[in-house]
Each structure stands twice: as structure tokens, then as C-alpha cells.
Design a protein around this ligand. Structure first.
Ligand code: ZN
Length: 204
């Protein structure tokens, strides 16, 4: 790896250290605030160029990058720019992922689904399903960060049972961020008397 992705996340304030409640309800000593890493367009571009390089080197053909809104939109746009392809996004309307705003896909169009971060891949799979229902082809998945439930192509590791991405399609990411996770009742930080915080819950 030619780039210290973890260091870039830390510098951006996107990798927090402390005592956090994850969306799963588990506690962890680290937390990824993914949007922060894309706050600086130059940094976003640098990350996307690196991800695009991996995708190009794999030989995968991509016509269009599609991101699930809201989290994936900036990463998807920057990746599309780095690959020199079209950028679209799907969004949730009344609970259902949909392609709106005049975006269209063509039968057989090769679509790469892009997220800022892949945790279990749930939103990415919702995006993939709607794209396939519309007749286009989902050729793979990409994310800046992989939370370690799914495995990147070529890593040789087995995905965890929580991973929802299909095993027969490539998954590209810049880095794995595997955190220690604890059930609240087994959390050593709680046991030491510290109080867990939910990032992002302050002021929004
Ligand atoms: Zn705790």
C-alpha cells in the first residue's frame, strides 16, 4: 500500500478514539466518522484516485459509479471522476431505495456500487438490487473504508457472517478498519467506569 489510509483518517479527525456506542449497540474504543475524511476536497480526490487505481489494475470494466445516498454520494462522485465515468446515486424514498432525479441506467450497463464505508454492505446491496431490477449489471463494490466484516478482493480472508456482499463480485477498498467491539455488559471501558458516547448524536 502506497498510502497510509489510517493516518489520513486520523489527520482528518475521521478516526476517533475514545469509548463509543456503535450503531449495532456494541461498544468500541474507536469510531469512524467517514464524512470527515471527505471534508477536504483535495484529500477526497487523493483517496479516490488511489481506489480508482486498484479498480483499473484489476481490469474491471465500469461504465458508471452508483452510490447509495447520503453517505456514499461524495465518495461515489470522486471515484467516478477518478475513473472518468458517469456518477449517479440512489436514495431512499418512503423506506425504499430508488433511482430518481432523471437518472437512468441502460440494459447491460456496467455499474460499480460505491460507498464511503462498507460495514455489512446492507445499503450497497439495496442499491445493487434496484440497479439490477432496472436491467443494468452490477460488476462490483467499492468503498474508501472497509469495517472488516466483508473482505477485499485478493485479501484471501473469509468474510464474517454479517457481510451481505456477494462472494462472486469484487470488492475494492483502501483499508480495513477492524475495531475491538464489546457487548455493553462485557465492555472493559464501562467496567472501568467510563461512559460511552454515541458519535454524531451531539448537535444533529
Ligand atoms: Zn462501554
Amino acid at each position: 500500500m502506497s498510502m497510509d489510509v489510517e493516518e489520513i483518517y486520523k489527520e482528518a479527525g475521521a478516526l476517533l478514539e475514545g469509548h463509543f456506542i456503535l450503531s449495532s449497540g456494541n461498544h468500541s474504543n474507536r469510531y469512524l466518522q467517514s464524512a470527515k475524511v471527505l471534508e477536504d476536497p483535495k484529500r477526497a480526490e487523493k483517496l479516490a484516485v488511489e481506489l480508482a487505481k486498484q479498480i483499473r489494475e484489476s481490469g474491471l470494466q465500469v461504465d458508471t459509479v452508483c452510490a447509495p445516498a447520503l453517505g456514499g454520494v461524495l465518495a461515489g462522485y470522486e471515484l467516478a471522476r477518478a475513473l472518468g465515468v458517469r456518477s449517479i446515486f440512489v436514495e431512499r424514498k418512503e423506506g425504499q431505495m430508488q433511482l430518481r432525479r432523471g437518472f437512468e441506467v441502460q440494459p447491460g450497463e456496467k455499474i460499480l456500487i460505491c460507498e464511503d464505508i462498507i460495514t455489512t454492505g446492507g445499503s450497497a446491496m439495496e442499491a445493487a438490487r434496484i440497479i439490477e431490477e432496472l436491467g443494468a449489471e452490477v460488476v462490483g463494490f467499492a468503498a474508501l473504508a472497509n469495517r472488516g466484516f466483508c473482505t477485499r478482493s485478493g485479501s484471501g480472508k473469509e468474510p464474517k457472517p454479517e457481510c451481505k456482499l456477494p462472494a462472486d463480485k469484487p470488492f475494492f477498498a483502501l483499508a480495513d478498519f477492524e475495531f475491538e467491539m464489546y457487548k455493553p455488559e462485557e465492555c472493559p471501558m464501562c467496567a472501568a467506569g467510563s461512559e460511552a458516547v454515541k458519535p454524531g448524536s451531539r448537535g444533529n
